[in-house]
Ligand binder design. Structure first.
Ligand SMILES: [Zn+2]
Length: 145
């Protein structure tokens, strides 16, 4: 049974929504894609564009999973500074779990915390600005580097 679906988001472009209630801690989906360096991924996306969507998921070792290559619907999960889902990295795989009980129809969010190699340039910062609208919004999808 399908538990999530991709459709238009109020926050940004497309988003992923729960089709049925999800319980805190429940495994929702694996974040799939191609693992590459942050630098290569950013260069690639600056070149080809992704309609403002960020299909990059930061790994602990500083590399990223690029969900635009071989990725599944997890790549449409939007970032929010206060998220209802969490991505847990284990042996190079990233699994998305619910952090809280989520009602059917709610949009799923994770906190990306992308790590940049060195100081992010103004254009990179602009590309990864956060507009989640939460009162505790940090204004960026980038982690503290
Ligand atoms: Zn935010």
């Amino acid at each position: 049974m399908k538990r999530i679906s991709v459709r238009r988001s109020r926050v940004h472009g497309r988003g992923v929504f729960a089709l049925q209630p999800l319980s805190a801690g429940e495994l929702i989906i694996e974040y799939t894609g191609t693992v590459m360096s942050w630098k290569r991924a950013v260069t690639r996306h600056a070149k080809f564009g992704t309609e403002g969507h960020t299909f990059l998921f930061g790994l602990a070792d500083g590399r990223v999973i690029d969900g635009s290559i071989g990725g599944n619907s997890a790549r449409w999960i939007n970032h929010a500074c206060v998220a209802n889902c969490e991505a847990v990295e284990s042996e190079g795989r990233v699994l998305i779990h619910a952090l809280a009980n989520i009602k059917a129809g709610e949009e799923l969010f994770i906190s990306y915390g992308l790590t940049t190699e060195g100081r992010a340039s103004a254009s990179v910062r602009a590309q990864y600005a956060c507009r989640c609208g939460h009162r505790r919004c940090r204004g960026t999808m980038l982690g503290r580097g």
